[in-house]
Design a protein around this ligand. Structure first.
Ligand SMILES: Cc1ncc(COP(=O)(O)O)c(C=O)c1O
Length: 458
């Protein structure tokens, strides 16, 4: 079947967006103005924007057509029903609560189930998930398998939950203090690594034994399903939508950011089976997001997501998506640049701690690498390490488990030559790694500091 090696984008380009070439001097000045925080750089000054795959993908012709069809009725819009059917076709939960993005779903859910003395286990919490858990006074606990903590360790499902650790943790804390178990598919903060169906089944069994609900943080559900299709025995001939439904059937609910595998620029939802929980969440939704048939979204957004959900499970799309991410990762790996392996679904993660051993974690090697990629080549990646996770609710700071730089690939947006350029820049920066220096933080907010902190080079 795979007769030709070239990765073919399964689409043609229909509308183009210019990107602006800048000089190293211009970018160095932009960095200084931004306090070396890449979130504070004007996007016009970025050449290849790999900051995130969230909301940055290109929508299809049919999604734009859906935008035109969007019905903005306050209550009971046909766009809402198209959205609801598209969600429940893949995730047949009884209640679907639309939100403006994933973190709004998290905020609502954790406001209801969180609180002091509670703990939420997850394979690895994403930053907004952790922050929303901790904001309620609850504890966010990461229990990914040991391999998932080592960038170079090879495992086909490196996002798997450590089942023994989960069982022991619930036993120690007492099920009454664990309002839910979460599994993030794919495991973004752990390298975009998938979770196997067998592992999900194992988590389900533990939840059943302790009488706990299981939630999916399902932002990249289709990419996870594709990895199951490709790597897990018995799933090679099962269609991706069926794999997704099987994942959903193991859970009691989900939080979702439609900015990832919804193929939309905005949106999300919370879905649950439990009627009483749904009612409490809907009451908060009305207070913070909007009426339950639009949540935080316009009718046109609901249409774009409904269409996106049909396109994201297309096998040609998923084959291209996963292969093109691996193309970047494999090229860096072949050049001796330490990357999280195997290559994940939506991003390539460079192990900055390994590449820059002369910069200690509390001098932020990920920040040093990310800013160098921007300065040298106009490539904007994202530090996922001690800047993002090093500050704790009690004010102390310690090194994160890993110091990574994530190059996240927006969906259907960049061509292979953009990626070839990226490979060339990363190689150059890696060859000059000894020249890079660390940073100190001169200003930071109490939560989610990576978005707004300001840095000074050491
Ligand atoms: C695993 C995971 N969960 C939750 C979120 C939050 O979603 P949003 O950015 O739509 O609020 C993200 C976003 O990147 C994510 O990757």
């Amino acid at each position: 079947m795979e007769r030709w090696k070239t990765i073919i984008e399964p689409f043609r380009i229909h509308s183009v967006e210019p990107i602006r070439l800048t000089t190293v001097e211009e970018r160095a000045a932009a960095l200084e103005r931004a306090g070396y925080n890449l979130f504070d750089i004007h996007a016009d000054d970025v050449l290849i924007d790999l900051l995130t795959d969230s909301g940055t993908g290109a929508m299809s012709r049919d999604q734009w057509a859906g935008i035109q069809r969007g019905d903005e009725s306050y209550a009971g819009s046909p766009s809402w029903f198209r959205f609801l059917h598209a969600v429940q076709h893949l995730f047949p939960f009884r209640h679907v609560i639309p939100t403006h993005q994933g973190r709004a779903a998290e905020k609502i859910l954790f406001s209801v189930i969180g609180g002091p003395g509670k703990a939420i286990p997850n394979n690895t919490h994403f930053d907004t998930t952790r922050a929303n858990v901790e904001f309620t006074g609850a504890e966010a606990v990461d229990l990914v398998i040991e391999e998932g903590r080592h960038p170079a360790a090879i495992h086909p499902f490196k996002g798997n939950m450590d089942l023994a650790a989960l069982d022991a943790f619930i036993g120690e804390r007492g099920a009454a203090n664990v309002p839910a178990v979460f599994v993030t598919v794919t495991n973004n903060s752990g390298g975009g690594q998938p979770v196997s169906m067998a592992n999900l089944r194992g988590v389900r069994e533990i939840c059943d034994r302790h009488g706990l609900p299981l939630f999916l943080d399902a932002c990249r559900f289709a990419e996870n399903a594709w990895f199951i299709h490709e790597r897990e025995a018995g799933y090679g001939s099962i269609a991706v939508p069926d794999i997704v439904r099987e994942m959903a059937a193991l859970a009691d609910g989900m939080t979702m950011s439609a900015k990832k595998d919804g193929l939309a620029n905005i949106g999300g939802w919370l879905a649950v089976d439990d009627d009483e929980l749904a009612e409490r969440c809907r009451n908060l939704l009305i207070l913070t997001e909007g009426f339950p048939t639009y949540g935080g979204l316009a009718g046109r957004d609901l249409e774009a997501i409904a269409q996106g959900l049909t396109e994201v499970v297309d096998e040609d799309y998923l084959r291209y998506r996963i292969r093109s991410t691996a193309y970047l990762g494999d090229a860096l790996d072949a050049s001796g640049i330490p990357v999280v392996k195997p290559i994940g679904g939506h991003a390539v993660y460079i192990d900055a701690r390994a590449l820059l051993p002369h910069i200690p974690p509390l001098e932020y090697p990920g920040q040093a690498l990310a800013t160098a990629l921007y300065r040298e080549g106009g490539i904007r990646g994202c530090e996922i390490g001690t800047v993002m996770f090093g500050r704790h609710p009690d004010g102390t700071e310690s090194p994160a488990a890993m110091d990574l730089v994530r190059l996240a690939i927006p969906r259907r947006t960049y061509t292979q030559s953009h990626i070839d350029y990226t490979i060339e820049v990363v190689r150059w920066v890696a060859e000059h790694a000894d020249d890079l220096r660390g940073f100190r933080i001169v200003e930071e907010p109490p939560q989610l500091r990576h978005f707004t902190a300001r840095f000074e080079p050491l």
